[in-house]
Design a protein around this ligand. Sequence first.
Ligand code: 1HN
Length: 361
Amino acid sequence: MQEPMSGSRMEDLELFYEEVKRYQSRPLWVSRTDPQPKAVPYLWKYQDFRPLLFRAAEIVPMEMAERRVLIFSNPGLLGRGPATSTLSANLQIINPGEVAPSHRHTASALRLIVEGDSAYTAVEGEKTYMEPGDFITTPNWLWHDHGNEGDRPMVWLDGLDSTLVNALDATFREEYPEESQPLTKPTEVSQRLYAAGSLRPTWVDRSRLHSPLINYKFAQAYDALSTLARESEGSPFDGICLEYSNPQTGGPAMASMACYASLFPAGMHTQAHRHTGGVVYHVITGSGYSVINGVRFDWTAKDTFVVPSWAFHEHVATEESVVFWYTDTPVLEPLGLYREEPYEENGGHQRVTGNFAPIPA
Ligand code: 1HN
């Protein structure tokens, strides 16, 4: 037991702390608590965002926005941050005839298409047309622009690692001198080169950190998932779950973000677990709920929700559901920072202590 301190020793310490401060320093022993995740579990309903996006599409010109994006801002990060402590999740809308001009940045980005058709993303000289459920990669420092050649607005979810890149002071960006980059490759060539699974082209560079495939089609993912669902239980935590892998290496699709699609058959109730690394979930189809740290989050198609690092979570599908999710395990794993544990009590299911309610800003 520590002796209580006398008044004069306290005074000595205060004076000492003041002196240390003068030299731009601080004693370690004064505030030695480990930081806890500040991001909270949260859910953004598409039903709330769709009208906001369509209004933005009317009143915000592309020249003003460059990207017409609404950011999902985690209330635990005081509404000024991204969706988890490291990962962004945003909704973007583009009108018919518009082009979101070409630029590149050191943050990596992904898209998950929510609604519409006939819009494309061009990445590094290749154009790909996007359909609902498609997963698009725009790895770091590659030129990318979007355009809508159809007759209705198109909406997608953007996922980015920009907060992580900012924290590392490695943020750079550049505008392309013209609106669109030149298309130097045949449209959708990466699908023909790389979407054939285990058949890999031999003549292309395999040394890059990210997947060379820019569009992972939903139809192909769903076909694989539903075939597997007929004969497998999948993972106890993630259901029938496929990783969108780099077809050249088997590694994650992006250097900083691992991306997955989980199919939960109707009635499936996964076991709860927790792990380091925040996760952004986006519901492609279906409906159900997730229990996150004891709170029930009801979700339906096109909703987005987040599980912060080290929060227990389990999923329940009311009808067959397909959920897209991404997380920063590729950053944690090589640093020895990935850890995971199952929820042991109560047969692996948390007791539900409440229902999610949005926090008014
Ligand atoms: C970005 O480049 C896009 O290219 C979308 O569509 C959202 C948010 C922050 C930084 C860059 C895009 C973004 C972004």
